[in-house]
Design a protein around this ligand. Structure first.
Ligand code: ACO
Length: 274
């Protein structure tokens, strides 16, 4: 079991994260349970760093929260006088004139990198959601390929209720999964979705009792690892592109991808023979 090194600008622990890697499985733990795993800009930069330094052997990334809550979203102290030690609030930077639109774009793009890597075709990411996933926490769960929820889980896109929009890459997967009308209803009411409803809305692949969560996620990881790596990543790439392609384009993509697979398998067979 390898532990992650620190990263420039503060170590992972300080940013509220832990990473452990066991062979082909990496586990990223949101580790600020006393704040219900509230996140800051540093947390998202640290998440991006985890994506960059992930060992090549890793095929499965499990994202979980320590304690009773997956994540309570952004650290609300970012919006309060005094803020969070070591963090600069974007709101304060807008107010004091130090962040123009280009700077806001740059900083938010930087934060989004903490979320986008979870879709990489060479890995499968699984959110293990116990309790609440609110705002940025819900967007983090949505950034994962698959979600396993405890039966007491609650998902909530809280940002509009705070006068904000969800900007951590959660809106696209939400619309893709539940459709634009339901996504609008969920975001514009900022209501909580129970685990049972989340399963109905296809926001959860699996809902399990609290005590079963770790075992269910381990079983899922084992099942995912049973499929050969190259075939899994080629298939993930195909599936990810499917909704943006016409049937003809998708059929062509299948042919191209299969040709690559057949060549690789033939080369492997030749190597084994000779
Ligand atoms: N930011 C900062 N501190 C937080 C946050 C947060 N997002 N959430 C909880 N905490 C703190 C609480 O202030 C409390 O601190 P204290 O012990 O010093 O009083 C501690 O964590 C425990 O919180 P409780 O509310 O007592 O925990 P409980 O388990 O009862 O409830 C829940 C958990 C449902 C997550 C609740 O804390 C909550 O609703 N938090 C706010 C969620 C929120 O609005 N997030 C912003 C979303 S928008 C976005 O992410 C962009």
């Amino acid at each position: 079991m390898a532990e992650a090194d620190g990263f420039a600008g503060g170590d992972l622990e300080k940013a509220g994260l832990r990473l452990s890697v066991a062979g082909e499985v990496a586990t990223v733990t949101l580790a600020r349970p006393e704040r219900r795993n509230a996140m800051t800009g540093h947390t998202w930069q640290a998440l991006a760093h985890v994506g960059q330094m992930l060992p090549e052997a890793v095929r499965i990334v499990i994202v979980r929260g320590e304690g009773s809550t997956f994540s309570s979203g952004i650290d609300l102290n970012m919006f309060r006088p005094g803020g969070v030690a070591g963090e600069t609030s974007l709101m304060d930077r807008v107010a004091d004139g130090s962040a123009d639109d280009a700077e806001l774009d740059r900083v938010i793009a930087d934060y989004q990198e903490g979320f986008t890597w979870l879709r990489r075709p060479d890995i499968v990411s699984v959110a293990a959601v116990r309790g609440h996933a609110i705002g940025a926490g819900f967007q983090l769960a949505l950034s994962c390929d698959l979600r396993v929820l405890t039966d007491d889980a609650q998902l909530c896109m809280k940002e509009p209720a705070l006068g904000l929009v969800p900007d951590l890459t959660g809106t696209k997967p939400l619309v893709d999964l539940v459709g634009p009308s339901r996504a609008m209803e969920l975001c514009l009411t900022a209501r909580s979705v129970s685990a049972a409803e989340a399963r109905e809305l296809r926001l959860a692949e699996l809902v399990v009792e609290e005590a079963e969560l770790d075992g269910a996620v381990d079983d899922l990881a084992a099942a995912l690892l049973a499929v050969p790596r190259e075939a899994a990543s080629a298939t993930k790439g195909l599936l990810q592109g499917a909704s943006a392609r016409t049937l003809q384009e998708q059929a062509a993509a299948e042919r191209r991808t299969q040709a690559g697979r057949l060549r690789a398998l033939a080369a492997q067979a030749a190597e084994t023979r000779g």
